[in-house]
Design a protein around this ligand. Structure first.
Ligand SMILES: NC(=O)c1ccc[n+]([C@@H]2O[C@H](COP(=O)([O-])OP(=O)(O)OC[C@H]3O[C@@H](n4cnc5c(N)ncnc54)[C@H](OP(=O)(O)O)[C@@H]3O)[C@@H](O)[C@H]2O)c1
Length: 259
């Protein structure tokens, strides 16, 4: 398969690194020349990976093309290009709706939205796709989990989850800072926290019947220290505040999608 990319930034780089780690190098890659440094680095590092002269050459050379420019650039970049009816476009542009992308890329008739995460470089994490498309599922399926979504509203709701990564790391950072303030060496604290939370990340798959409420209960031994922290943060409305932030992100995503 030959796969083109319009926009060679952080996410394209992560996807290419993931694809190029697959056995047998099944996907040839054609990159747009911007960002020049990232494109040149990927092309020199991997076989069957080349940098096109411009965005149009990517489209002319490939049937399947990922759109990976920043949302604010898409309105300028996409209308300048000539799309074919038989192009299959996979838009990674988080805040542009399926309809908007279809409008900007006519007459291309097959458009799929996909939302991967940067850990795709290591073939970890999950990609949501809308509407379901067997070829896109096969492509991302080699790079982690794929969740097919039947409606744009469900896609928007699932997208909200991706707004919580930084908060997750701030949570770990708070624990790490606390350890450092209690004279635990930096690296030792980091290693300990990373190992514990990697292990906790496996809990849902080792107990597939348990929802997150039950997992929280399982780990909150009555009268124990987990219960203490959980109760104190709940009493301070920390989790209500998180749910309110999710509402705010959802309103923002849905409003953009609706324009
Ligand atoms: N990063 C993520 O975790 C993530 C996750 C999900 C979805 N997304 C979506 O994926 C898209 C790309 O995100 P990103 O993080 O990869 O952003 P990024 O690192 O900023 O990459 C965007 C790339 O587009 C290039 N570009 C700018 N103008 C262009 C043009 N006229 N023609 C071709 N390329 C052009 C930029 O080049 P310059 O560097 O030279 O400006 C930049 O390298 C965004 O729409 C974002 O919403 C990102």
């Amino acid at each position: 398969m030959k796969l083109g990319f319009i926009g060679t930034g952080a996410l394209t780089s992560a996807i290419v690194v993931g694809l190029k780690s697959l056995d047998g190098d099944p996907v040839s890659v054609v990159l747009s020349p911007r960002n020049e440094e990232i494109a040149a680095k990927l092309a020199s590092r991997y076989p069957n990976t080349r940098v096109a002269a411009d965005n149009q050459e990517v489209l002319d050379d490939c049937d399947t093309v990922m759109l990976a420019v920043r949302p604010q650039d898409a309105h300028q970049v996409l209308p300048e290009l000539k799309f074919r009816r038989d192009h299959h476009l996979i838009s990674l542009i988080a805040t542009l709706s399926h309809e908007e992308i279809a409008g900007l890329t006519a007459p291309a008739s097959r458009v799929t939205k996909a939302l991967p995460m940067p850990m795709i470089a290591r073939r970890l994490g999950a990609t949501i796709i809308y509407p379901p498309d067997p070829d896109v599922t096969a492509l991302f399926g080699g790079l982690g989990k794929v969740i097919e979504v039947e409606s744009s509203s469900e896609f928007d709701a699932l997208s909200v989850v991706t707004a919580t990564y930084a908060t997750y790391f701030k949570y770990l950072d708070t624990i790490h800072r606390w350890l450092k303030a209690h004279d635990v060496p930096d690296t030792k604290g980091r290693d300990y926290i990373a190992a514990l939370f990697t292990a906790l990340g496996h809990a849902p798959e080792t107990a597939p019947e348990a929802d997150f409420t039950h997992l929280a209960q399982d780990y909150a031994t009555r009268g124990g220290i987990n219960e203490q922290v959980l109760k104190e943060l709940t009493a301070r409305n920390v989790f209500d505040a998180l749910a309110e932030s999710l509402d705010g992100v959802h309103r923002r995503i849905s409003a953009v999608g609706a324009t």
